[in-house]
Design a protein. Structure first.
Length: 265
């Protein structure tokens, strides 16, 4: 099954995932959640994809969070609709639950990233934001909480006191403030957003894919351990990198003063 809730394109080892509900500020309904899950499966298992970028259609919102209008009508849904949504839910692995996703993912934030939208962005490795972007976890203002790991990720990313200041009030933070707090990597004019993300993509593609994946796995899994244990732990991605052709190709290309020919194996 495909839906019209996303756009998906793969070009030159890069997967571009666009949340495509601009009329609803790219808010998350069951179909969109399911479609994102399908794309993340493809990114993970397709050897030709080395990096992914997630963004939102239009210039108002990256993703405004859960579709609360959809939630409101769930109470009056028909049995067929409930069955459909339940089936999608069973087939969906939320991006926020892919704790050790192997490939680098960039969030290109082109507007509001609120609630579930911020949770998606925080699950990415790099966040590049347009100057007009706003971030926040406003769930308590709707009687909800940021239950898709937002209440856990934000304190880890920006520190407990700043995070509590935003989470307990539901306040938004500007892109500049998000940068100051270390939540985003870079803030640029909206006209430069795509170009800036392209720069990150180009630099990632200059690196050996297996070295990038090993770096990500070692860094992320290492955070679960004290420093000495993190250092001595065996990581599967690093074992694969050490044994790869690319581990030979990199030094050889350097010695021969040429561009490496990465094969991701």
């Amino acid at each position: 099954m495909k839906t019209a809730t996303t756009l998906f394109e793969v070009e030159d080892h890069v997967a571009w995932i666009t949340l495509n509900r601009p009329e609803a500020m790219n808010s998350l309904n069951p179909e969109l959640r399911w479609q994102i899950s399908q794309h993340m499966d493809e990114v993970e298992h397709n050897d030709d994809i080395w990096v992914a970028v997630i963004t939102g259609a239009g210039d108002r919102a990256f993703c405004a969070g859960a579709d609360l209008k959809h939630r409101a009508r769930e109470r009056d849904a028909t049995p067929a609709e409930r069955l459909h949504w339940n089936k999608l839910g069973l087939e969906t692995t939320h991006i926020i639950e892919r704790w050790y996703f192997p490939k680098p993912v960039i969030a290109m934030v082109n507007g509001y990233a609120l609630g579930g939208g911020l949770e998606i962005a925080m699950a990415c490795d790099i966040i590049v934001a347009a100057e007009h972007a706003e971030f926040g976890l406003p769930e308590p203002r709707r009687g909800l909480i940021a239950g898709s790991a937002g209440v856990h990720r934000l304190p880890r990313l920006i520190g407990l006191k700043p995070a509590m200041g935003y989470m307990l009030t539901g306040r938004h933070m500007s892109a500049d403030r998000a940068f100051q707090l270390g939540l985003v990597n870079e803030v640029v004019p909206s006209t430069e957003l795509k170009e800036t993300v392209d720069g990150y993509v180009r630099d990632i593609l200059r690196c050996a894919p297996l070295a990038v994946r090993s770096t990500k796995e070692v860094a992320m899994r290492g955070l679960d351990h004290p420093l000495p244990q993190a250092y001595y732990t065996r990581y599967e991605a690093e074992v694969k990198r050490v044994q790869s052709d690319d581990a030979v190709e990199g030094p050889r290309a350097f010695a021969e003063k040429r561009t490496p020919n990465w094969k991701a194996r």
